[in-house]
Design a protein. Structure first.
Length: 229
């Protein structure tokens, strides 16, 4: 009996020292949908721009998420020397890794980094483009019909997502974009590539500020460590 008491006392002391208990709980898996609310402010900052962007992610492992975005952009730019019109769409697809460590399975907040492949397709045109000839000291105008072009790029992402209340999130991300390939630029270089930025640059920076709602799909039982105070 004395040996048995010593055995149970040793086990209890070990758990008390470590402060760690193993438990089971359920983790909710679902599709998190988002909308970039910064796009709604864009027409007030750059009146010639309009567009929207939606996003989605899904947890495939505790710290790995499949992620994607889709959006459309249009530009109607009026200058003294020319008018420029562009319409197009884009998508990005890739993954995010959550670097925020938490043993609590009910925690869904993220400090993440990720990688995307981006593609954009657009048509654009220029009207009443004034061409100045310094030799003859004269001006002439020209029209460029609708031209189609496509752009491919890779994107490095970093940001946060915070759960405001159950299933509702807010977050922002910073994006570095590097152009990989393009077509149709020989006709007319795009003033702006949807989802990418300045068409004349080989790299661009971007910023997103989004609100999200996670659609709960199912629950998964997980083992976790719970640390006592």
């Amino acid at each position: 009996m004395q040996k048995m008491l010593k055995y149970f006392f040793s086990i209890g002391a070990l758990l008390l020292f470590s402060g760690i208990l193993f438990a089971q709980s359920e983790r909710v898996k679902g599709l998190r949908l988002g909308v970039d609310i910064s796009r709604f402010a864009l027409p007030y900052i750059q009146a010639e721009h309009e567009g929207y962007e939606v996003s989605a992610d899904f947890e495939i492992k505790r710290d790995i998420y499949l992620a994607g975005e889709y959006g459309v952009e249009s530009i109607n730019l009026e200058k003294e020397t020319h008018n420029y019109i562009s319409d197009g769409y884009y998508f990005r697809a890739g993954f995010d890794k959550n670097f925020m460590k938490s043993e609590d399975p009910s925690e869904y907040e993220m400090v993440f980094g990720g990688l995307r492949y981006g593609f954009a397709s657009q048509t654009h045109s220029g009207n009443t483009i004034i061409i100045y000839d310094p030799y003859w000291v004269s001006e002439s105008s020209a029209n460029l019909s609708d031209a189609a072009c496509q752009t491919h790029w890779i994107e490095i992402v970093g940001g946060i997502k915070v759960e405001l209340f159950r299933n509702f999130f807010m977050g922002w991300s910073v994006r570095g974009r590097i152009r990989l390939a393009h077509s149709g630029y020989s006709i007319m270089e795009p003033y702006n590539v949807p989802g990418y930025g300045n068409g004349a640059k080989k790299s661009n920076l971007g910023l997103n500020f989004s609100l999200y709602y996670r659609i709960p799909l199912y629950k998964q039982t997980v083992d976790y460590k719970q640390t006592e105070d």
